[in-house]
Design a binder for this molecule. Structure first.
Ligand SMILES: [Zn+2]
Length: 477
């Protein structure tokens, strides 16, 4: 940290630094300048402590097991049981998950209390009022705290009604009178996985990508032919899917561990959005470095790809009702990726501007905020306490504070892309490609504009999105 800071300082002081081409190095220059502004040597031990706490969190979560039918099962297994078709199994899984949270509650509270205290001190030592102000500079944000609050409020006012409407459809399809926390999860209405062999999955995805745009299909086939898609399940393979740019060859590599499910189909499409974005950036601007990454843009093309392919999922679901269920599932995902990070953002604004809060207040706040957003259509009675403590399940609050609203921003942009696509598919795909190859040294708003969408959280924009979503839900009713 110390030497990185020295290097940044030296860089910024160099007379040649300001002569670097704005178009290629503008963002790098801004990132290094804010790093210099934030750096304090006395913060290093605090940041080391912060890392230790985050490691401790991951160790506890990674080792978490739950008793299930007389056996010790890892936590992710129990989570997967929330997809079960049988409602009783889902309810049992939900209870098991909540009891697991209860088990680790004292540790989680201690870690979070200490993290908030440390982060507040880091901010103070760097000359900021609180950690939020510090993080806005650290993240080089091009929007204000007020913009975030506007987004929270406008989404609550104008998009929650559509979310409640979608929940009514689910309630109906599930045949339940009350929508309980174990009903509001994932793809349980899809009775059959969309493929059985990874090769069939690849054939289908290649086809629907190519149908959307020949370039998308061509990239997929190239990656498949060059061993850049490592999707098969293998023993010992990590559980997560990701997409990695290979800076020397200029290729993109996708890693995953897929077993047949709707989720793996949409994950592959999502990763292909990242991959197409990566290839276009490479071919337009050459390999980019760590300073060229914009969190507000990173998920725009991955979420966007999922939504552009929404009307072609019948390739995997020939049955009309299954096709609709799959589309509704994608929509549910879109709402979740909009609201869950948005409420997580509000939660963190509260935590770091009230750094002396108690553990009890934190749980209450988390419940209150969750209820305003994602859990709005859910009957949570009797689970207030459990939901309140479930913030501990979100790794971002520990490892990457304040990195959540970027997902909601990207999703709002991706949904606008869907709206454009429904009006004019060719034009929407063209602007997708234009934006995905845009110069990242420009402002975020400019990159969005090149994608044909708006980086704007004001009431008219969010309201229009709410209306559009109501219309989409009507159509796949
Ligand atoms: Zn992604």
């Amino acid at each position: 940290m110390k030497y990185e800071a020295k290097l940044n300082e030296k860089c910024c002081e160099s007379p040649f630094f300001h002569e670097l081409d704005e178009k290629r190095y503008g963002l790098m220059r801004r990132v290094r300048k804010s790093k210099v502004k934030l750096f304090r040597e006395e913060n290093i031990p605090l940041m080391v402590k912060e890392q230790e706490l985050c490691t401790k969190y991951s160790e506890i979560m990674g080792g978490l097991t739950v008793e299930w039918e007389g056996e010790e099962k890892p936590f992710p297994f129990i989570k997967s049981q929330l997809d079960h078709l049988d409602r009783e199994v889902r309810e049992k899984a939900y209870h098991a998950m909540m009891s697991a949270h209860r088990q680790i509650k004292p540790d989680m509270d201690a870690i979070m209390d200490e993290l908030v205290r440390l982060r507040h001190q880091i901010a103070k030592q760097a000359g900021f009022e609180n950690y939020r102000e510090y993080m806005f500079v650290e993240k080089n944000r091009e929007y204000s705290v007020q913009d975030c609050y506007d987004f929270h409020e406008n989404a609550e006012k104008h998009i929650i009604p559509a979310w409640n409407r979608l929940a009514d459809v689910f309630k109906n399809k599930l045949g339940v009178d009350t929508y309980r926390p174990w009903d509001n999860t994932t793809a349980k209405l899809l009775k059959k996985p969309p493929y059985s062999e990874v090769s069939t999955l690849m054939d289908g995805v290649s086809e629907i990508l190519g149908k959307t745009d020949p370039y998308f299909g061509e990239r997929f086939n190239y990656m498949r032919g060059h061993g850049l898609l490592d999707l098969e399940v293998r023993k010992g393979k990590g559980p997560h899917a990701f997409c990695a740019p290979l800076l020397v060859s200029g290729d993109i590599f996708v890693f995953s561990n897929f077993s047949p499910s709707h989720d793996s189909l949409s994950t592959l499409i999502h990763e292909m959005g990242h991959a197409v974005n990566g290839y276009l950036e490479f071919s337009e601007h050459g390999p980019f470095d760590q300073h060229q990454w914009r969190a507000e843009i990173a998920e725009l093309y991955s979420f966007g790809m999922q939504l552009l392919l929404l009307d072609k999922l019948d390739r995997f679901y020939p049955d009309e009702e299954d096709f609709k269920s799959a589309q509704r599932e994608e929509l549910r995902y879109a709402f979740t990726m909009l609201f869950s990070p948005l409420s997580g953002d509000l939660f963190q604004h509260w935590m770091y501007t009230n750094p002396t809060h108690t553990a009890e207040e934190r749980d209450q706040k988390f419940f209150e905020i969750s209820k305003r957003f994602g859990l709005s259509p859910v009957d949570t009675s009797g689970f207030e306490e459990e939901i309140g403590m479930s913030w501990a399940g979100t790794i971002h609050y520990f490892h990457v504070p304040f990195y959540t609203i970027e997902y909601s921003m990207s999703m709002l942009g991706a949904l606008q892309l869907l709206e454009n696509y429904q009006k004019n598919p060719e034009q929407a795909v063209e602007s997708f490609k234009k934006g995905a190859s845009a110069d990242l040294n420009q402002s975020i708003a400019k990159v969005y504009e090149e994608t044909g969408v708006r980086f704007d959280f004001s009431e008219p924009v969010v309201k229009q999105m709410g209306n559009f979503l109501e219309k989409v839900i009507q159509e796949i009713h």
